[in-house]
Design a protein around this ligand. Structure first.
Ligand code: GLU
Length: 424
């Protein structure tokens, strides 16, 4: 396809370029026509807002907030809101597109979106974070809606922020609208199983991949980068299935114990230690970069984007990578991963358990009904396993990596839907 230009190669990896270069390869495999390629390559809507907030000391600080709707072809757009100092438009655009592909891979009726506020929530008081969240919700009142655009937690946000968002949106509507946001506290209409859903999906993907690779989980070792919601649940659930977790890390440091880390104990330590692993004594402290290059069977990057890059991919020894984070592998590392024969279960498949249970939460809110955790887990496990099998079969059919296969499955679904709906 002549119209597809290769993504520009710059020194610094850029998540949007990483997303586009995979999109381009999958589009070529599918022989996607120009019209649809052009529709899907750029976001539908990009909103940037200024949020002036009175800080606790009386000063006023202005924060920048974003919401990018990449696509609403499959349904209302869905995706989290990130509070982080690294938030920028390019990142939010990539994350929004990944949500489109993710929802399509697991076959749920949503488009993709992402939001973010450039801020450091670790340095803000709960009151400041609440004012910021309410101000953002107010600015996005025309964008959000249970049938339009449904936010959820992401890095730096959780049930508490989703509760404020739901409350503020509901006040403006003059009625309770709990389906406007997912990842809420259970008492506010949150779903059982949502907290652990992303980590659980990572576990299901890892188990399915290990089965294909004939790796016995009871003999497997695993390193998990990131011990937030996704990483800690993935580690907990994998260790429950016999996998020996030998390394974990968070922004305060990385920890290694070749005999296996007691994950229950590490979780308890984190809870008592203000949410971080700082000072953890159950393992030896190692260099953060070293965690990625340990001699393990499975590597779960569950922190941020672009941690596996052309600079360290040569040193990776894991046989299987299961991406808990969004975009942890830069596109420039893909070829070497494939050459080395490493199986990489891509983010848009491996971490889709979170949005799957978000979908269940939205369904329950709209029904005014509550499911048991058994029902939630059974259904999300089935969705994850079906998606894995479909991506695996597509990889065999097209002779591609699982990553490109996942993009093929997703783009094909969105393109077919677009064709039926038509443009003007
Ligand atoms: N932020 C999560 C993700 O990246 C969840 C999104 C959602 O549940 O809408 O998949």
């Amino acid at each position: 396809m002549a119209y597809i230009e290769p993504a520009p190669i710059k020194d610094k990896d850029n998540p949007f370029e990483s997303m586009m270069s995979r999109f381009n390869i999958a589009a070529q495999h599918l022989g996607l026509d120009d019209e649809i390629y052009n529709v899907l390559k750029s976001p539908t809507k990009q909103v940037i807002v200024n949020l002036p907030i009175t800080m606790d000391d009386g000063s006023i600080r202005v924060f920048e907030g974003y919401r990018v709707i990449h696509s609403n072809i499959l349904g209302p757009s869905k995706g989290g809101i990130r509070y982080d100092m690294e938030v920028n438009l390019d990142e939010v655009k990539a994350l929004a597109a990944w949500m489109t592909w993710k929802c399509a891979v697991v076959d749920i009726p949503y488009g993709g979106a992402k939001g973010g506020i450039k801020c450091n929530p670790r340095e803000m008081s709960p009151g400041e974070i609440e004012r910021l969240t309410r101000s953002f919700t107010q600015s996005m009142h025309e964008i959000f809606g249970p049938d339009k655009d449904i936010p959820a937690p992401d890095m730096g946000t959780g049930p508490r922020e989703m509760a404020w968002l739901m409350d503020h949106y509901s006040r403006a509507q003059g009625m309770t609208v709990n389906a406007v946001v997912t990842g809420k506290p259970i008492v506010l209409g949150g779903s059982l199983g949502r907290t652990e859903a992303t980590g659980r999906g990572v576990m299901i993907s890892a188990m399915a991949a290990m089965e294909k690779m004939k790796i016995n989980p009871f003999k497997a070792t695993c390193a998990v980068q990131g011990f937030g919601n996704v990483g800690s649940w993935a580690a907990t659930l994998l260790s429950e299935r016999g996998v020996k977790i030998v390394a974990i890390s968070d922004h305060t440091g990385a920890f290694y114990n070749p005999h296996g880390i007691n994950i229950e104990e590490a979780n308890a330590y984190r809870m008592q230690n203000g949410g971080t692993l700082e000072g953890y004594k159950g393992a030896e402290k190692i260099d953060a970069e070293e965690l990625l290059t340990l001699e393990v069977d499975v590597l779960v990057p569950a922190a941020v984007e672009d941690v596996i890059t052309k600079n360290n991919v040569d040193k990776i020894k894991a046989r299987l990578i299961v991406e808990g984070a969004n975009g942890p592998t830069s596109a420039k590392a893909d070829d070497i991963i494939n050459e080395k024969g490493i199986m990489a279960v891509p983010d848009i498949l491996a971490n889709a358990g979170g949005v799957t249970v978000s979908y269940f939460e939205w369904v329950q809110n709209r029904l005014g009904y509550k499911w048991t955790s058994e029902r939630v887990n059974r259904r999300s496990d089935r969705i994850m396993k079906t998606a894995f099998d479909k991506v695996y079969a597509t990889a065999q059919e097209y002779g591609t990596s699982l990553r490109i296969a996942a993009y093929i499955v997703a783009i094909d679904k969105v393109a077919q839907t677009y064709k039926f709906r038509g443009g003007f």
